[in-house]
Design a protein around this ligand. Structure first.
Ligand code: MIC
Ligand code: SF4
Length: 646
């Protein structure tokens, strides 16, 4: 039986376990990436492992999230990251050099390699034929130390592309279409593997848009084959040597197949407040738009900026609408500055941000009250933009640029007068890595600089056999990591867990922090009750780390998302699943709960019984934990486990 491309690469990197879908495997990681918001904690954890130098083929540290420097905190983090990279042998991409995923794709990603990144959009690298996975910072720290990455061997879904996209339709519409088919839940432990004649019609940046936003479906990763188009992209980046041809076997077997005729796709949008709420643009045409934002790791490439700039050329941003652009990388920024695209944008009235995450993570450009904001990014969770009442629509750069000029959503397909701007990309890109500091030759003499915002990463205590405590919060379905641990203006406390913890569930229940801390100080366990797909969205381990700091011992949910569940385990928090989903309705905030004989249940893989002493009810809880994960939880998290087991 033939093998999928995914399994070919996994096999080459297999360290332990059997490559059978559903089983636990461990793989060798060739490359790692971190960004500043998850990176400081990851490097603090790496430092605590006492390893002198990273053991990967290549590890890169990017600064792209917290570039708004209000106060000293972010600048302190950047200084720490720069010195820690020099000390431990990493590439350091300086602030201003661009969004980690865009820069990594341009400068480091390579077909056939494995990449682990402390950011959920790491699968962007899949556009270049690599297995690129997002994980918590602690998993990345372990990988930097040479340890393997543990994951569930995925079910591979074949996405067969045929045909060619029409004018005005682009890669963003393809991934939005896929989201409309498979939604944002129920896709855990799957990989989307692209194939078919339609693949060759898409350039690498377009493929990367698709694999990037594949993250929103909840899959482990997405991957494209490595073909001539991949080779041309690498040559354009003057990295032709990194190219190898890679594809699935012709007779490869897949768990499922999704067939897509690219010529049938139409412009799409994800409407508030989930990337899974997808509608065709024609259904919302005419909607008045207050803000348009073009950029992010999904649509910040030279191709995307050029298309947007050409559409804007000669026009003016509509009164009542604000347009902001943020090129994905310094390379893109510099090239559009030289070829005139940037001046078309500026002349049209665009407000230019630096090459960074910026508006995407709510770092600046918060929209007005009740605004309709059209963005080319990948997440439209409530409040993420920085304005609680704003309504975010996720669209392609084409639709975004048109809306900026007209002040309303335009369906380009319906228009008879619009002329699509043809673009040709250069054969060779402008390459200048002067903002990437390579691993230092004088590592040993480097002194790591730690500002006062950088605190020790807290550790959990070993799990106790019985837990007694209270439900401190009950939340609904699809709670995202943005709900649990807000980013935006709060990002600057990422390196200071005690401070950042004050904002856990800030936008859902302002009193959570106080209540949890009181319970903790009273020696009571803190419990969270949640609905389906708890922990959707980002890889931010602070959504587990800060609750752990506040004494959370278990989350009782209907289901969990992959990265968040792994993060809970890494910090010693039990992710328990309601055996009977209806039990979720019976339990409430402030209920007193107790759990006994936890070790015996875990050791014998028996259900864990949660006693609700307030309601005199018993709830049977299941869990999906490997033996290794059980030991990690018992030890009180991965750091303690690694100390115990080396
Ligand atoms: C995001 O898009 O939500 C982030 C910010 O990039 C996160 C990482 C983080 O919270 O630092 C992600 O996607 O993992
Ligand atoms: Fe940055 Fe947004 Fe991409 Fe996250 S999704 S890495 S915040 S640009």
């Amino acid at each position: 039986m033939g093998r999928s491309l995914t399994y070919k690469i996994l096999e080459k990197h297999l360290v332990s376990g059997k490559l059978v879908p559903g089983g636990e495997i461990a793989i060798k990681i060739d490359q790692t990436l971190t960004q500043d918001a998850t990176g400081t904690m990851s490097y603090l954890q790496f430092e605590s492992m006492g390893i002198p130098k990273v053991k990967t083929e290549l590890s890169a540290s990017y600064v792209d999230h917290n570039t708004l420097q209000e106060g000293f905190e972010n600048a302190d983090d950047h200084r720490y990251l720069e010195t820690v990279a020099a000390k431990y042998g990493l590439y350091f991409s300086r602030p201003g050099n661009g969004v980690c995923h865009e820069v990594h794709l341009e400068r480091f990603a390579a077909p056939g390699k494995t990449l682990l990144g402390s950011d959920s959009h790491t699968p962007t690298g899949g556009g270049l034929g690599m297995i690129a996975i997002g994980a918590g910072g602690l998993d990345v720290a372990v990988a930097m130390g040479g340890g393997p990455f543990y994951l569930v061997a995925p079910h591979v879904v074949k996405v067969e592309l045929s045909g060619k996209l029409r004018k005005w339709v682009s890669a963003k519409d393809v991934i939005l279409y896929i989201l409309s088919v498979i939604s944002t839940k129920g896709n855990v432990n799957k990989v989307l593997e692209y194939s078919g004649a339609g693949v060759g019609t898409l350039g690498v940046p377009e493929r990367a848009t698709i694999t990037n936003m594949g993250a929103e479906t909840g899959v482990t990763t997405s991957i494209f084959p490595s073909d001539n188009v991949t080779g041309d992209f690498l040559k354009a980046q003057k990295r032709g040597k990194a190219w190898i041809e890679l594809a699935a076997d012709k007779d490869a077997e897949y768990a499922e197949t999704i067939k897509i005729d690219l010529s049938k796709i139409e412009p799409m949008a994800a409407v508030p407040h989930s990337p899974g709420n997808v509608v065709p643009i024609r259904k919302i045409a005419g909607l008045k738009v207050d803000q348009v934002a073009i950029g992010s790791c999904t649509n910040g490439s030279l191709r995307d900026m050029t298309v947007a700039g050409k559409i804007l050329k000669g026009g003016t941003v509509a009164p009542g609408t604000s347009l902001v652009v943020a090129p994905g990388s310094k390379q893109v920024f510099s090239m559009i500055a030289k070829n005139g695209v940037l001046s078309s944008m500026i002349d049209a009235g665009a407000r230019v941000m630096e090459s960074a995450c910026g508006f995407c993570i709510g770092n600046g450009q918060a929209p007005n009250t009740d605004a309709v904001s059209l963005r080319t990014s990948n997440r439209n969770f409530e409040g993420r933009s920085g304005t609680a009442s704003a309504k975010i629509y996720l669209v392609s750069p084409e639709v975004a640029a048109l809306a900026a000029l007209r002040g309303e959503i335009v369906d380009p397909i319906a228009s008879k007068t619009l002329k699509f701007p043809a673009i040709t990309l250069p054969k060779i890109f402008d390459i200048d890595d002067n903002m990437i500091i390579p691993p230092s030759a004088s590592r040993r003499s480097v002194r790591i600089v730690r500002g006062p915002n950088i605190g020790e990463p807290p550790r959990n205590t070993a799990l106790e056999n019985s837990l007694h405590g209270m439900v401190a919060i009950k939340v609904g379905d699809k709670i995202t990591t943005d709900h649990i641990m807000p980013a935006g203006a709060r990002l600057k406390y990422r390196s200071n867990v005690a401070k950042y913890a004050e904002f856990v569930f800030e936008n859902i229940d302002k009193n959570f922090y106080k209540r949890a801390l009181e319970l903790k100080n009273d020696n009571k366990a803190v419990f969270i009750v949640a609905g389906e797909s708890y922990g959707q969205g980002s890889s931010r381990e602070h959504a587990a780390l800060c609750p752990m700091y506040l004494g959370v011992k278990a989350v009782l949910a209907r289901s969990f998302e992959r990265i968040h569940s792994a993060n809970l385990i890494n910090f010693g928090i039990l992710p328990l699943i309601f055996g009977d989903p209806a039990d979720y309705e019976k339990i409430d905030k402030n209920d007193t709960l107790s759990i006994d004989d936890i070790f015996e249940c875990l050791d014998k893989s028996k259900n864990i019984v949660v006693k609700d002493e307030t309601r005199h009810l018993d709830f049977k809880m299941t869990y999906s934990l490997t033996d290794r994960q059980k030991s990690i939880i018992k030890a009180g998290g991965l750091l303690n486990f690694t100390k115990l087991h080396g």
